[in-house]
Design a protein around this ligand. Sequence first.
Ligand SMILES: Nc1nc2c(ncn2[C@@H]2O[C@H](COP(=O)(O)OP(=O)(O)OP(=O)(O)O)[C@@H](O)[C@H]2O)c(=O)[nH]1
Ligand SMILES: [Mg+2]
Length: 459
Amino acid sequence: MNNLLRWKTTEVRVGVVGLYNAGKTVLLTSLINHLQDHDPDRFPIGSPGTTLRRFTIREPDAGWAAFNYTGYRDSLVNYGRWPEKTKDRSQFVCQFERSDWTFSDCLLKLYDLPGERIADAAMLGRDFTAWSERMLHQFVNDTAYRTCCAAFLDTLQQAQVTETELLATYRLALAQLILNYKPLVSPSTFLLDLKGQPARPASAEELAAVRYCGLDEQQQFCPLSESLRHRYPDLAQSFSERYNRYVQSIVEPTIAAFRSCTALVVLVDVTMLLAGGVGMYDDNRQIIRDLFEVLAPGEHPLLGPMARGLSKVFLPHQFRPRWITRVAFCAPKLDLVHPQDRDRMNLLMRRMVERLAADRDGLKYDFFNVSSVVSTKALPAAPNGPRVLVGVPLRDASGRKIPPGPEQRFTTAELPDDWPAEWPTGRYVFPEVYPRMPARKDYPPDQVNLDRVATFVIE
Ligand SMILES: Nc1nc2c(ncn2[C@@H]2O[C@H](COP(=O)(O)OP(=O)(O)OP(=O)(O)O)[C@@H](O)[C@H]2O)c(=O)[nH]1
Ligand SMILES: [Mg+2]
């Protein structure tokens, strides 16, 4: 009887965004695992007691690579390793029924992307001139950027310049940004090229010598000042063409799909920001602001909440709103923070990004501190005592990766109750650990609050 009643399908599209290494792929892998092998006691979703059934994996949409769920889960379960770094955008599509939805089943589309690409978000809707102005504004007005980009800014000032000099000094600037934990590295192919090859740790000069700022060696570009655009119109023209091709082939396909999601999961890795220093915080905030500008979450300006409510009830899914109405801000890796500080983690994230969401009419948003794969246990701590966790360390004292060994006790940073006015790289340390996954194939990992995120975004 149930099936006769379910006469329509509700399509839900959820995009996960966040800087590289923020935990997007791990979050999606754990989420899919919990939906596929659903246990209402371990993953309460929707109204109390909701069960899921008939979970089926579907083909991704045309033009999309499939999210490698099986591979990622296999690496977690069988090899005890975190999934590898994401190299390209991908999509996971599944369909299931939930007992709290009487008339409809759910077609869920999940989107993953390499975190590097979101640094290019500001290119959407900007031509080469506007992008140049924006980048140069940032380089000149922010001390950290000015320092990293000094040689490039000098080149811009010279009476005579060549394309080679400009590109070489710009690549050096991008390399300096990477080495100074500044994630706003654009064009992002400098960090992660078209073949999915990430930049390897090296000196700034080495990085500048082997990486490209553009689609490939022949199609590199860099921002040009107004005066240079004026004095070298041919160069400006060819940079502009390369820029357009770059936007068309990299930025549009990656970022544009996120625009028509129904919900976004925005990962704000508080542990990485505290560890990376104040510059990393500033940049991540800037990147989320850019992303909000181009993705424009919130109600459709012409329709508003009323029409949205009606369209959901009466229209077939292909006519449902094609814009983002919900944003779940998530602070991932909760298990790297001592339970004593976990409320602070949520508060820090809220202080950082709430304004961006509150300024958007009709956007529903909430904040969650999340652990997708709980991989530590905590020992009790006195209010000002050391925060001690137990887990399998992933690195030795000098930061080198080590093979998995026995569980160890280690100290993790105490979280401040607000963002300090300034803090250096390395003041806060949150040692990484190996994942803890149940070996049983159909038994999803322990998680915290991922169920609440799922309830919020799948509606
Ligand atoms: N302890 C712990 N670590 C986590 C958790 N989720 C992610 N991590 C750590 O974060 C790293 C990066 O996670 P990914 O999911 O690969 O990050 P991503 O956002 O997909 O990164 P890109 O693919 O580079 O954009 C992992 O290798 C883990 O070290 C978690 O729930 N607990
Ligand atoms: Mg990833």
